[in-house]
Design a protein around this ligand. Structure first.
Ligand code: KG4
Ligand code: ZN
Length: 358
C-alpha cells in the first residue's frame, strides 16, 4: 500500500510517500526555521502563508522523487491536529481536494500519533504493550500503548513542553532558536553539577511533568549571578556552558526518571522515545540505560525522523487505512486534538492475566 503523507501542523511543510507503513519511498520537507529565527519563535500568521507557498511544490517533489503519479497512491494521510490552526488548514484543505479530485481514500492523523510511528522505519516491528515518551516543542507525554492505535496518557506536562523549555532558556541566554541543538552542543563542554536545579514533583502525586518552574529558576539564576546573555558572534563562556549542561541534565533526569517509574508499573515489551527532543544525545544515553535495566528494547527515530516530517504521518495513516478506516470530506483541523484515551480497566478485563496497573 502506497500512502501519501502530508504534514503542516507547525512550521514545516512536509510530504512523503511510504510503502506498507515501513518503507520511506520519498520524504520532502521545507523548513521555515530561517524565517522564524529572527522572531525567536514561530509566528503563526507567517507560518500559514509559507505553507500556502510551499504545499504544491513539496507534494509534487515527493511524488516525483518516488517516481509515481498522484493517481498511483492508495490513500492520503494528513495531520489534522494538534497544531496551529492556519497551518493545519493548509494541509487538510489540500489533502481533501486531492482525495476528491483523485477519488482516493483519506484519513486524518493526530500529530502525536505520527511521532509515535516515527520509529516504525528503522527498527524491528514494534512489540506491544509499549511505553512511548513523546517529547517535542509542543508536547511532553508518556503513553501506555496496549496495542496499536490504543493509548492511555500516563503522564503529561502541566505547563511547558520540554522542547519549549529548551527554546525559552536558549532565548534567555541569547543562544537563538531552536534552543535544543545549541544547548546540547554547549552542554557537552559544561559541568552538569555546576548549578543545582530541582526536579519538580506534583503535589497530587501524579507522575506529571512541569518545566515552567525550571525556566523561572534559570531566569532567577541568570539575574542573580549577573550572567550576560550571549551577544552576536561572541564565544560562549564556561559559565554559559555550565548552565546549559545543568539545565539539560535536570530536564533529562525528569523525563527519564518518570518514564522508568511508569515502565516499572506497566511491564512494556518496547520503549519508544520520539519527538524533536529525542535528538538529544544525553536523553538517548539515559533511556538506553533504563531500557537495559528493564530488559526491553528502546527505539528512537534518527534525527530527520525525530523532528516534524510527513513519513511518520503516512506510517500512522497506513495502519488506519489498512484497518479500513476512512474520513469523509468533512474532515477538519482540530487545534486541540487529543489521542483518544482508553479505559485501562476495560482493556485489562478483555485480556485475562494482563499485567497492567489499574
Ligand atoms: O517535534 P518537533 O520538530 O516539533 C514539534 O512538534 O514541536 O520538535 C522541535 C523541538 C524544539 O523545541 C527543539 O528545541 C527541540 O525539539 N530539539 C531538541 C534537540 N533538537 C531539537 N531538544 C533537545 N536537544 C536536541 N538535540
Ligand atoms: Zn512534532
Amino acid at each position: 500500500m502506497l500512502v501519501l503523507g502530508i504534514e503542516t501542523s507547525c512550521d514545516e511543510t512536509a510530504a512523503a510517500v511510504v510503502r506498507d507503513g515501513r518503507e520511506i519511498v520519498s520524504s520532502v520537507l521545507a523548513s521555515q526555521i530561517k524565517t522564524h529565527q529572527r522572531f525567536g519563535g514561530i509566528v503563526p500568521e507567517i507560518a500559514s502563508r509559507e505553507h500556502l507557498d510551499k504545499i504544491v511544490p513539496i507534494i509534487s517533489e515527493a511524488l516525483e522523487r518516488a517516481s509515481i503519479r498522484a493517481l498511483d497512491v492508495d490513500g492520503i494521510a494528513v495531520t489534522v491536529g494538534p497544531g496551529l490552526v492556519g497551518s493545519l488548514l493548509v494541509g487538510v484543505s489540500y489533502a481533501k481536494a486531492m482525495a476528491f479530485a483523485l477519488n482516493k481514500p483519506i484519513i486524518g492523523v493526530n500529530h502525536i500519533e505520527g511521532h509515535i510511528y516515527s520509529v516504525a522505519f528503522e527498527n524491528p516491528p514494534l512489540e506491544y504493550p509499549a511505553i512511548a515518551l513523546i517529547v517535542s516543542g509542543g508536547h511532553t507525554n508518556v503513553f501506555f500503548i496496549p496495542e496499536p492505535g490504543k493509548y492511555k496518557v500516563v503522564a503529561r506536562t502541566r505547563d511547558d513542553a520540554a522542547g519549549e523549555a529548551f527554546d525559552k532558556v536558549a532565548r534567555m541566554m541569547g543562544l537563538g532558536y531552536p534552543g535544543g541543538p545549541v544547548i546540547e552542543r554547549l552542554a557537552r563542554e559544561g559541568d552538569p553539577k555546576a548549578v543545582h536545579f530541582a526536579i519538580p514533583r506534583m503535589g497530587d502525586g501524579l507522575p506529571d511533568f512541569s518545566f515552567s518552574g525550571l525556566k523561572t529558576a534559570v531566569t532567577k539564576y541568570v539575574r542573580e549571578s549577573g550572567l550576560q546573555p550571549l551577544q552576536d558572534g561572541e564565544e560562549p563562556s564556561q559559565r554559559i556552558k555550565d548552565l546549559a549542561a545543568s539545565f539539560q541534565s535536570v530536564v533529562v533526569r525528569s523525563l527519564v526518571g518518570t518514564t522508568k517509574r511508569i515502565a516499572e508499573d506497566y511491564y512494556p515489551k518496547t520503549l519508544i522515545v520520539a519527538g524533536g527532543v529525542a535528538c538529544n544525545g544525553q536523553l538517548k544515553d539515559e533511556c538506553r540505560k533504563i531500557a537495559a535495566q528493564l530488559g526491553v528494547p528502546v527505539y528512537f527515530p534518527s534525527p530527520h525522523l525525530a523532528t516534524d516530517n510527513a513519513a511518520m504521518i503516512a506510517a500512522a495513516g497506513t495502519v488506519k487505512l489498512m484497518a479500513g478506516e476512512r474520513a469523509d470530506l468533512n474532515l477538519n483541523a482540530d487545534v486541540t486534538l487529543r489521542l483518544q484515551n482508553i479505559d485501562l480497566e476495560e482493556e485489562a478485563a478483555k485480556r485475562a492475566g494482563a499485567r497492567y496497573k489499574l
